[in-house]
Design a protein around this ligand. Structure first.
Ligand code: HPA
Length: 289
């Protein structure tokens, strides 16, 4: 796409991004009559939640025009449409990341498509490293706000007004309404759920201990390599966002041990029951307005 951008010129690039997202949405509509109200993006180790979708239509990303495909283990790459607790949903099982070499227009392409399909709300989940020392491996955190240290913004470039305005507010990017619903549901189910600030880096290397100390000073509680771009694009389109992080490991230097991807996936499996039960109960609450 980056190459196309220079060939077409930037304004034509945005038009073609809209055209491509429309083509992807049309393809999905041709495969199922289901009109999703809520989108869910499943992060590393959390992909099994997709089994909650009733009467699913599962579409491999490879079969959707222009959808990027993940190269990372644990991000299987299917869009699953169906119902959860009576709510029409579209679940992304797997996402692509900028560290894989994808431009942000591709990283956020599926979010654009969810918006065009009619999703009014988006639940974004991720695996994250815990910077806040009160967190533990396996803690679930509702994202209260983010710090984008990736050096880039998915909404940069010529603005496509059919997606949203040139400048847009990020004061309440992580919806206070959805956050308070998440707190209420977690309390009801006796699931500890604190709030935290998510700081995004490009990756793919995990951070150094010095970086983690610096991020703590900046006010970060969590660190990860995803989410912020999808949230920026969702807010551009006026979609309400709930962000949930799973602390799969304590960030570099917090404990006296190395970080590895297997640990990240394993923690996902360990908290699966809690995560599934919280999310399943939240979905009808979020959709009922
Ligand atoms: N750092 C960055 N991203 C991550 C981490 C981490 O420690 N754990 C899971 N995703």
């Amino acid at each position: 796409m980056e190459e196309n951008r220079s060939k077409l010129g930037t304004a034509a690039f945005m038009t073609s991004l809209y055209t491509k997202a429309t083509a992807a949405a049309d393809c999905i509509r041709s495969l199922t009559p289901l009109a999703p109200r809520l989108g869910i993006i499943l992060g590393s180790g959390l992909g099994n939640f997709a089994a909650q979708v009733e009467d699913p239509t599962a579409i491999p990303y490879a079969e959707i025009p222009h959808f990027p495909q993940s190269t990372v283990e644990g991000h299987s790459g299917k869009l699953i449409l169906g119902h959860i607790a009576g709510v029409p949903v579209a679940v992304m099982q797997g996402r692509v990341h900028a560290y894989e070499g994808y431009p942000l227009s591709e990283v956020t392409f599926p979010t654009r498509v969810l918006g065009l399909l009619g999703c009014k709300s988006l639940i974004v989940t991720n695996a994250a490293g815990g910077i806040n020392t009160t967190y533990r491996q396996g803690s679930l955190i509702a994202i209260a706000d983010h710090i984008n240290l990736t050096g880039s913004n998915a909404a940069a470039g010529p603005n496509e007004a059919r997606f949203g305005p040139r400048f847009f507010d990020m004061t309440t990017a992580y919806s206070p309404r959805l956050r308070s619903m998440a707190q209420a549901e977690a309390a009801k189910q006796n699931i500890p759920l604190t709030e935290g600030i998510y700081l995004a880096v490009l990756g793919p290397s995990y951070e150094t201990p010095a970086e983690i100390r610096a991020f703590r000073t900046l006010g970060a509680d969590l660190v990860g390599m995803s989410t912020v771009h999808e949230v920026i694009v969702a807010r551009h389109m006026g979609i309400e966002v709930l962000g949930l992080s799973l602390v799969t490991n304590m960030a570099a230097g917090v404990l006296d041990e190395a970080i590895n991807h297997e640990e990240v996936m394993e923690t996902g499996r360990r908290v699966e029951r809690r995560f599934t039960s919280l999310l399943t109960a939240l979905i009808p609450r979020i959709a009922s307005r």
